[in-house]
Design a binder for this molecule. Sequence first.
Ligand code: C5P
Length: 291
Amino acid sequence: MKEITVPAPAKINLALKIKGLRSDGYHEVELIMQSISLHDRIRLRKNDGGIRLTTSDPSLPVGKKNLAYRAAEVILDYVNLPAAVDIHIEKRIPVAAGLAGGSTDAAAVLVGINKLFGLSLADEVLLELAAGLGSDVPFCLHGGTAFAYGRGEKIRQLPDIERLDLVIVNPGIPISTPWAYTQYDRSGKKSNLPVNKLLQIIEEDKEIDWQEGWGNDLEGIVLKEYKELPLIKERLKAMGAQFVLMSGSGSTFFAVVEDQKQGEEIRDNWPDKKDFVTIAWTVKKDFPELW
Ligand code: C5P
């Protein structure tokens, strides 16, 4: 095999609960992670030597600062192979948006190189390499629906949920994840988000009710600081969305809608043309529909 193209889906958090600050500076969290159809595509091709990264978005770094580059380095180093691969990222996921765009590209590089070079690395190895790259990368290896805990790197795969139709809105305001977590600490808030209830509903394959455990502890913090964001949430609700929540540390919001048609109506009538607005839907583990 000379070349492979791997889909790299965005993630949203159906729940993001902060349990406390750890001695290593990270936060102990409980997350319900969900992959969605919005995805980047990563093309990997063997070359004569070196890692060469190109991307369709000129604002992205192409060296070691790009997590996808580091993913290629760590996996080839792990198996003592010379670094010899071209990586091209076709970017569709908004950057620094709370959608794990960088993490999912890195995970796709691990999965892709494992296949392209016929490495047959075990899942546990890939998970460990992924955890070294970032807290969200292990989830992104398989995606679907999962419970993440620890600093977010420990994964318990959950049954795939029934497809939810979504609208994704990102106003292009980059929000620093460390900043959001620090603000949360300063607020002195204590989370009472019942993530366990949502977890149980998903594990028992019951119909999802978003009164039960859906929420994001960072949302209040971010909405207070960035005054233009509450309007997005209100607007999505006013346009008929059943449920709206910020993903990760923002500034992306996802809205659960009745069906794809309602999603398209919201997208087509969205008043603020500078915002990134797209329809999407939840996808299953290993996202077979995106390959
Ligand atoms: O693991 P990752 O590099 O993606 O995390 C980025 C930053 O987000 C960390 O340096 C930390 O400031 C914050 N973070 C945190 N607790 C987590 C995950 C991330 O405080 N569980």
